[in-house]
Structure formats: C-alpha cells, structure tokens
Design a protein around this ligand. Structure first.
Ligand code: PLP
Length: 451
C-alpha cells in the first residue's frame, strides 16, 4: 500500500488534519444518526469512512489511502476533486446559488447545449432531473404521453433507479415487493455466459434474444406498449455488453410495432465506455436517452432526458407535467459545464478508451489465465466485470463468503472495490493513470492468489 505521505496526489485539498479522533467521531455519528439505503441498520455494521479524495485516490482521517476502483457508485468519471469542477461550483455559488426551473439561466443553457452536442442528430432538448431514477421516470412519462400507450418493457437484469416507475422497470431483485407496480413487463436480454436461450455463440444469443423479445411484445399486446427501456450496457447487472446486432435489432422491432426505444445511459454514458455515450459503440439511435452520474461525476446531483425534436414538439402547446424544485440546479449545471469541458480538453474520454484497450483488457485477460476462479472477463473502457466461479465447467457462481474475503483483502491492500453478487466490477474513474491501473492489477492478482 502506498505511504500516504509519499503519494504525490495526497496533497490535501482541504485543511483536514489526519486524525484518528475524526474517524471515530464519523463512525459514532453514522451509527447513531444516519439511516442507510440498501442495508440493515442494526448492530454489526462497520461504516467505511472516507474523508477526502483526489483523482483516483481517496483517504480516511488517518490518511490511509485507497485506489478508488469503484468510482463510488460508478459515477465518478472525472475523478475526485477535479479543480476546474470544484472551482466552477464555487464560482456559481458566489453568483447565484439556486434558481427555479422555469427561469432562463445561462449556465443551464450552456449545460444543455454541451449535452446535446454529444447526442445523435435531431436531439436538441434536455429535461433536467436530480439523478438517474427521475430521468427514467420522466422518460417513461414522455413515452406514455407521446404514444398514448401505457406499458413499459425492460429486462430482468437491469437497474433503472429506486423511485416509482424506475424501480418497477428495474428487473433485478430490488423491484419486489413494490407498491408502485403497474404497466410494466420484463423480458430476458442477451447474456451469453449464462444464456437463457441455450445459445453458444454471440450470433445465436442475439438472434434468439430478439426472437424472445418479439414474442413478449406480441404477447403483451403491441398496441398497449409505449416503450422498451434498456440500459445500453447493463451495468450493475454485470457489465453485459450486448452482442453485435442486438440493439439495432431491438430498434427494428420497436419500429415494426410503433414502440419507442429509451436507452438508459445513466451508468454507461459520458465517458465510462471510452466513448461519450455508450450508444456510440453500437449502430443504434433511440427515441429518448437518459443520463446522470458521469455527466458531472455527481459533484452536485444531476441527471436528465435528452429529447429529440419529434417528441419535444408534442409539448409546443401542451404542458409537460414534470419537474422538481431543484431540476436544473445552477450548481449542478456549473459542474456539468466544467466537467464536460475538462473531459474534452484533457482527453479524459480517450484516456478511458486507451486504458481499457491497452492496460485493463490485456491485464484482466492475464489474470483470467492464471486464476481459474475467473469464469469470464468482459468490458470496455473503464467498465469491466470479472465473473467469479467455483467451477469453470459448471459456471457455478462463488458464494458470499468468498466475496466477503475478496472485499476485505482488497481493502487491506488499499483498493476500494465495487463488488456485485459473484463479480468484481473494475470501474475506476476515466482519469485513471497507467501506473494506477497497473497497481490495481497487481492488487487483484495478489488477492486472487489467496483464494
Ligand atoms: N439507471 C442506471 C443504469 C443506473 O446504474 C442507476 C444507478 O446506479 C440509475 C439509473 C439510478 O440513478 P440514481 O441513483 O442517480 O437515481
């Protein structure tokens, strides 16, 4: 583990002094007063304390540093404490710290113009939200209003957010029990490693997944279906890169039945795949695009829907019944402008592509050669998953005890991981350097050697 004092990036950006007392205080306050999401609140919880960060590194109050290979919740594309983004937020706060959504504001217009510049032709409007879930809520609402239909189809292996319609659209375990459920149906997307279609090649998986989707559309009744909602690359579900032809095939099915296609780019968008939007990697143009996370790396919460003229024009004379007090918040907008400008001028998206191609792809493939526990390596850019199995022949996933050990050993060696089910997601910020990626690969190597 690097000595914090000798890590050049350790230069504090705040005046916090490393002290054990602050770590203890943080733990005490957290246990006493913070009600956490997605976890039991009771005894035995050991809060993981973070006090500061810079680039790909974070540290606690002791000054112990970690390589952040989680990007927090896979949102920190530009890395921690990017100075231009921090400065832009401070400057905007000095000028106008809040403004109602209906007001025209220069920073908001600038943020929207930079976002549509990255979208396919014909997308000229952005509806701002506070994050990814409400981006999907509003995309669903737009689709329902545009088509006059109700049902939304999405895949079982998906996560679209934890609010009303977004959690029902979600296909993983988190959608049940659910008091919001109405107007949704699920289908299986492609996942060759654990194929639901008895496929053995990407071509077969693609063809059979499309045939399955068409059967679901026909069975659910096309005239009642407003949209198919898909993560361009399902992320939390395991970085499931769609096989070539799948997304264009879904597009063709949507066209055949008059259904809209919504692509959720909340996790995959704005640099994570080494391209501006993940849909750039596939030959597909959706009807609506949702985004959040990487657009400003979550420095101030923001998300939204990118809307083509064909749908935006519906609301020339009628009101779109959406919006929250903080939609298009000026601090979030300033962070978007600064983040996207820095990503452009510093070549951060290209860096993600290069690190993925030249360091992570070969490095993770080598790990898989040495460690039979790795059943499959898949990914692109700085968006990778190692699927861990007890037996390569049966592909039986490793259990929770193995994953708990991996987590503890990675943390002990100074790597903050993102783990999901039986997978290690390798998801550093897009600014990760060659040396940091190499350091992480050697930590993964060491930990896998213990198993
Ligand atoms: N969509 C996708 C693909 C996500 O990965 C997430 C969050 O992880 C969301 C939507 C929800 O975003 P938020 O947590 O900002 O509401």
């Amino acid at each position: 583990m690097p000595d914090p004092a000798e890590t050049p990036r350790r230069t504090p950006v705040t005046d916090q002094k490393p002290t054990a007392d602050l770590d203890e205080l943080t733990v005490d306050l957290d246990l006493a007063h913070v009600f956490h999401s997605w976890s039991a609140q009771g005894g035995g919880r050991t809060p993981f304390v973070l006090a500061g960060g810079l680039g790909t590194r974070v540290w606690d109050h002791f000054g112990t540093t970690y390589l952040d290979f989680s990007s927090q919740l896979v949102n920190l594309n530009i890395g921690h404490q990017h100075p231009a983004v921090v400065r832009a937020i401070v400057e905007q706060a000095g000028l106008l710290a809040t403004v109602a959504p209906a007001t025209a504001n220069l920073t908001r217009g600038q943020a929207a113009s930079r976002i549509v510049a990255r979208a396919p032709d014909g997308f000229h409007k952005v509806f701002f939200t506070n994050g990814g879930a409400d981006a999907n809520e509003n995309a669903i609402r737009l689709a329902r209003l545009h088509t006059g239909r109700d049902k939304i189809l999405s895949t079982y292996r998906s996560y679209h957010g934890n609010t009303g319609a977004a959690i029902v659209a979600t296909g993983d375990w988190r959608r049940v029990p659910n008091e919001f459920a109405r107007g949704h149906a699920h289908f299986f997307g492609p996942y060759l490693y654990r194929s639901d279609f008895w496929a053995t090649t990407p071509e077969q998986e693609c063809e059979r997944a499309l045939r399955h989707l068409e059967r679901v559309i026909v069975s659910e009744g096309p005239s009642g279906i407003a949209a198919v909602l898909l993560e361009t690359i399902p992320g939390t579900a395991g970085v499931l890169l769609p096989p070539p032809g799948y997304l264009p095939g879904v597009r063709a099915l949507c066209d055949r039945y008059g259904i809209l296609l919504i692509l959720d780019e909340v996790m995959a968008g704005f640099g994570r795949t080494g391209s501006w939007l993940a849909l750039d990697l596939y030959d597909v143009v959706p009807d609506l695009i949702t985004f959040a996370k990487g657009v400003n790396s979550g420095y101030v919460p923001a998300g939204g829907v990118i809307i083509p003229d064909s749908i935006a024009n519906d609301f020339d004379t009628t009101v779109f019944p959406g919006g929250l007090t903080y939609s298009g918040h000026p601090l979030a907008m300033a962070a978007i402008v600064a983040a996207l400008d820095a990503m452009e001028s510093e070549g951060i998206v290209d860096n993600a592509a290069r690190i993925g191609r030249d360091v992570l792809a070969p490095g993770l493939a080598e790990l898989a050669e040495r460690h039979p526990i790795i059943g499959e390596v898949r990914g692109v850019g700085v968006f990778w998953a190692l699927e861990l199995v007890a037996d390569r022949a049966t592909r039986e996933p490793v259990g929770a005890a193995v994953m708990a050990k991996i987590k503890a050993e990675l943390l002990a060696r100074g790597l903050l991981p993102f783990l999901a089910e039986n997978r290690i997601h390798v998801v550093p910020p897009c600014v990760v350097t060659d040396a940091e990626a190499a350091e992480a690969l050697s930590i993964y190597e060491e930990v896998l050697s213990l198993l």
